[in-house]
Design a protein around this ligand. Structure first.
Ligand SMILES: [Zn+2]
Ligand SMILES: [Zn+2]
Length: 301
């Protein structure tokens, strides 16, 4: 029913109908949006089963949710913040159970938040073949001890450059649908963060990302971090728009009540940066929805 990458579809007709009946404009329309980033208790820093996340999704007017918990890595790498390798089946079962329980009401899908670090490519490639994932987030997590040990040399600005280099590399692996929270490093080097200084590096990274067709996330949980703005911030959103990089919305909920948190504000920020549509992935295929329509479909909790 949605347009896929290009072309027009029923969404245009729904928009036409809506402008015809102005008095209906305040009424929410049928659910159309998916929440594309959320966690489960298996990563041990998140609470609530997928069923509870679906409850909030229904109240917020979402059509579906894609569960994307943190992936296990080889040799117990960064094990503190993710499920164990032998828990993957349990993860699949957890999502399948929620899918069954919510059938016909909220479309619950299986996804994964998969870390990127140079050298992980072949492991991730095999892991992604182990189940039919709908959406795969590619995450560079600069706060991980293992990441800092390899890439922090004592120079915060150099570390920021390395982070954006790794984001571009992650896109170039072709393994990921969407790069998550793509300026996260600013929160862990906040006293030495300067967008102006980093902009040439960011622009080079965005050129490389745009060339791959990989989407980038607008992650609303940034509002809760050291630099309280969404990830990425408004200037990077504008740079993404100039390169036609698709944007996927995610609240990165680690508790049910954060599902679709601040999505309305995120849609405003996207429009201010010149975007007019947002994306989500199903079957790892990108779907798009006009922002105006997305906004009308949301309901208050
Ligand atoms: Zn997490
Ligand atoms: Zn996450």
């Amino acid at each position: 029913m949605y347009q896929n990458r290009r072309g027009h579809s029923t969404t245009d007709r729904i928009l036409d109908t809506m402008t015809e009946s102005q008095s209906e404009n305040t009424k929410p329309i049928e659910p159309i949006l998916y929440e594309s980033h959320m966690h489960t208790p298996l990563c041990r820093h998140s609470v609530g089963d997928p069923e509870e996340y679906a409850t909030i999704a229904e109240r917020r007017g979402l059509k579906g949710i894609i569960v994307t918990c943190h992936n296990p890595l080889p040799d117990g790498l960064a094990q503190g913040s993710r499920m164990y390798l032998e828990q993957m089946e349990e993860y699949f079962a957890l999502v399948a159970r929620a899918r069954k329980a919510w059938e016909g009401r909220v479309d619950v899908r299986l996804g994964l938040e998969a870390d990127y670090m140079p050298g992980l490519e072949s492991f991730i490639e095999k892991q992604l073949q182990s189940a039919p994932f709908h959406h795969v987030l590619g995450s560079v997590h600069p706060q991980l001890e293992e990441y800092k040990a390899r890439f922090f040399t004592g120079d915060a600005v150099a570390f920021q450059r390395t982070y954006f280099e790794h984001l571009a590399q992650a896109a170039e692996t072709g393994l990921y649908d969407t790069l998550s929270h793509p300026d996260l490093v600013k929160n862990f080097t906040a006293s030495q963060w300067g967008l102006k200084r980093m902009l040439p590096d960011i622009q080079r990274a965005l050129d490389r990302i745009a060339a791959t067709g990989t989407a980038m996330e607008l992650n609303t949980s940034g509002l809760l971090k050291t630099i309280p703005e969404m990830n990425p911030g408004p200037e990077i959103l504008r740079e993404m728009q100039q390169r036609n990089i698709p944007v996927v919305l995610g609240a990165d909920a680690h508790k049910p009540e954060r599902v679709a948190d601040k999505f309305e504000m995120a849609l405003d920020l996207l429009e201010q940066a010149g975007h007019n549509e947002i994306s989500f992935f199903l079957n790892r295929q990108r779907q798009t929805v006009p922002i105006a329509l997305a906004r009308k479909s949301l309901r208050n909790l």
